[in-house]
Design a protein. Structure first.
Length: 213
C-alpha cells in the first residue's frame, strides 16, 4: 500500500526549470541547511519521507543530485573521510535552490493524493480467495500499519528535539494518525468479513486478527 502525490512537478521555463517530484523531495531535504552526502539523504528520507510520500532509492537520489547540480540548485565538494575510506561527495543547497524550493512549496498546485492500496485490490477479488486467506492478508496489513504507526511515533518524538524539524514533526504526527487509521480500518474490515460469512466464521482467525496491541 502506497500513498503518493499525483505528480509534484511544476511547469518550467528558461528561468525556472521544470523538475519531477523526486527532485523537490531531495532539494527539500537539503533545505534544512545541512551539507549531506547521497547516503545521508537516503537515511533522512527513510527516517521521514517514507511515512507519507516514499523513500527514493540510492540511484534516484544520486540521479536527482546530478540534475539539481546541473540547474544550479545544489553545489558539491569532495571531503576526506576520517576513517581512511575513499573521499565522499557532499551536497549543499544554493541560494537559487532555496528560492526554487520555497517557490515550489508556496505555489505548486494542490493535487489530491493518489491511493494505490494493494491489500484492497486483493480483497476486491475476494470471490477468488478463501475466507482464511483474506483474513490472513488483512491481518498482515494490520501488523504492518501498527508497526509503521509505532515507528512514526518514535521518529516524531525524536524530531521534537530539533527546532528546525518542527514541521516535519507535525507531518510525522499526521503519519502516526494515518497508520492508526489504517490499523483500525483493517479491524473493521475483519469484522465485516465475519458478518458477511456468518456467525461460524467469527471464530478462529478472525478473533486473533481483531485483537489490539
Amino acid at each position: 500500500m502506497t500513498v503518493k502525490k499525483a505528480s509534484g512537478a511544476q511547469a518550467g521555463d528558461a528561468e525556472h526549470p521544470a523538475l519531477p517530484a523526486t527532485s523537490w523531495a531531495v532539494l527539500g531535504l537539503l533545505s534544512f541547511g545541512e551539507e549531506l552526502s547521497g547516503y545521508d539523504l537516503k537515511k533522512w528520507s527513510d527516517w521521514s519521507l517514507r511515512f507519507f510520500y516514499w523513500s527514493p532509492s540510492f540511484s534516484q537520489i544520486y540521479g536527482e543530485l546530478k540534475r539539481l547540480e546541473r540547474v544550479g540548485y545544489v553545489s558539491s565538494r569532495m571531503v576526506a573521510q576520517e576513517t581512511g575510506n575513499r573521499d565522499k561527495r557532499v551536497y549543499v543547497i544554493t541560494d537559487e535552490g532555496m528560492a526554487a524550493v520555497r517557490r515550489w512549496a508556496r505555489e505548486a498546485p494542490v493535487e489530491p493524493p493518489v491511493l494505490k492500496h494493494g491489500v484492497m485490490l486483493r480483497l476486491w477479488l475476494g470471490h477468488l480467495l478463501e475466507a482464511d486467506r483474506m483474513r490472513e492478508v488483512l491481518g498482515r496489513h494490520r501488523e504492518y500499519a501498527e508497526t509503521m504507526r509505532q515507528r512514526a511515533e518514535v521518529d516524531a518524538e525524536g524530531a521534537r528535539a530539533e527546532a528546525a524539524w518542527a514541521y516535519p514533526s507535525l507531518v510525522l504526527k499526521w503519519s502516526e494518525r494515518y497508520y492508526a487509521s489504517e490499523r483500525d480500518r483493517a479491524d473493521a474490515m475483519l469484522a465485516d468479513l465475519d458478518e458477511l460469512a456468518g456467525p461460524d466464521a467469527a471464530r478462529g482467525t478472525g478473533e486473533a486478527g481483531r485483537k489490539r496491541p
